[in-house]
Design a protein around this ligand. Structure first.
Ligand code: SAM
Length: 397
């Protein structure tokens, strides 16, 4: 996601209808506050994003592109999806009757670019399945794709509400792993705490509730963290852990009989992620092209995300029986797949300038080029993947 950083005072105020939607979601979340031992942050994040009809990804408000809350790489340029399409084609050619399964297709921009690229080289998949938890986004994807794709290509599209039992081909997800819920933890000089959420009657909003860690698995991860972060000062060290990753990768591996999984997202290797200098963590809220640090501002109207620990992702994939086939920056991935030859030398000057700007956004280190990474997993296929041939960073994991 590309965005300006801001404080909540500078955020545009949602209109009355949007505020009413948020109030309805708050009522639902408040009911879960007193279940079990309280509301862990990961459960709050899950409800804020996915509560049917009201959660951020389930309500019908605009999210993607210039009029929405953030801009993803497929929205920046169709060249992104065309490169991803080339990587997918390379795998499909090694399989017989392979399909594509896209996780979380957003506005449908990536599906559109991939399918056009595969169509051009006559390498269409048997099916192009989209697993999209949001009913309103499914609808939006159907409308967009029906308007641009031929009947033959449309006939291959299917929408799913859960992972298929048996899949051969390529599973692809751009900016999906960052939307999986995180636990927020805080290391103090002599102690470590886990974030819960409570309702503050005085301010009439949710707020942090720091408690001693109760889950033994989380305590084990925090012990490892402390070894990496070292001495912590009195201001504390706040960061995130994503305990759902192993189960998520296990479910993808169980689905995949043969083929590859390609995940692109913003994040770092574990060593970089838990660097002592990143003491405020990476949890961010996104609203109207602005990023800020308050996850409790108008629940349901803003996206919540945290960077991906790619070492944890690789470990989870390996433990689930997958081969970690490549890890590199988005810039290296796209350039290896021929991003620069996708610009037609016959194109007019205006088109050239527009594409040059898009390429800069996708590849420059201070834009999306280095903060975003691509990681591939394979099962039961041989041969290297071209997207990782320029610079394979697996040794840095
Ligand atoms: C930040 S958007 C990215 C959309 C799109 N891939 C893009 O790059 O523009 C996150 C997407 O992931 C979907 N999503 C969230 N959790 C998911 C999950 N567990 N499985 C599949 N999709 C998921 C959301 O509904 C949404 O479509």
């Amino acid at each position: 996601m590309r965005q300006m950083k801001t404080g909540i005072a500078q955020l545009p105020q949602p209109n009355a209808e949007q505020q009413a939607l948020s109030v309805d979601l708050i009522k639902i979340i408040k009911r879960s506050l007193h279940r079990d031992d309280g509301l862990r942050f990961s459960h709050f994040m899950e409800q804020v994003l996915y509560t049917p009809a009201l959660g951020y990804y389930a309500n019908g408000l605009a999210k993607f592109g210039a009029g929405g809350d953030f801009i993803t790489a497929p929205e920046v340029s169709p060249l992104f999806g065309r490169c991803v399409g080339r990587q997918i084609a390379e795998v499909l050619m090694r399989l017989s009757n392979g399909s594509v399964l896209e996780l979380g297709a957003g506005s449908g921009a990536l599906a559109e670019a991939i399918l056009l690229a595969l169509s051009e080289i006559d390498c269409l998949p048997v099916n192009y399945a989209i697993l999209e938890p949001s009913a309103s986004l499914q609808q939006r994807q159907k409308e967009r794709l029906a308007a641009v794709l031929s009947d033959d290509v449309m006939a291959r599209l299917i929408w799913l509400d859960c992972l298929p039992e048996d899949f051969t081909g390529v599973i692809v997800g751009n900016e999906v792993a960052d939307a999986l819920p995180v636990e927020v933890v805080r290391l103090m000089p002599d102690d470590a705490q886990q974030a819960f959420v409570h309702w503050d009657e005085a301010t009439e909003r949710f707020d942090w509730d720091w408690q001693h860690i109760v889950q033994p698995e989380l305590q084990a991860s925090v012990n490892q963290l402390r070894a990496m972060v070292g001495e912590v000062s009195h201001r504390g060290y706040v960061t995130e852990l994503r305990p759902v990753l192993p189960a998520w990768m296990a479910s993808l591996s169980q689905t995949l009989r043969q083929g590859a999984i390609l995940l692109i997202d913003y994040g770092y290797s574990r060593r970089e992620y838990y660097n002592p200098s990143r003491w405020m963590g990476s949890l961010r809220a996104h609203y109207q092209q602005r990023a800020h640090n308050d996850p409790f501002w108008f629940p349901g109207l803003q996206d919540l995300t945290a960077h991906v620990d790619f070492t944890a992702l690789a470990e989870a994939g390996f433990a689930a029986g997958l081969t970690v086939a490549g890890y590199t920056t988005q810039s290296n991935f796209l350039l290896a797949l021929g991003l620069l030859d996708l610009v037609d030398p016959q194109a007019d000057v205006v088109t050239h300038l527009k594409l040059a700007q898009q390429i800069k956004t996708l590849t420059m280190p201070d834009e999306m080029g280095e903060n975003f990474k691509a990681m591939a997993f394979t099962k039961d296929i041989d041969g290297r993947l071209t997207g990782f041939s320029l610079r394979d960073l697996r040794v840095s994991l």
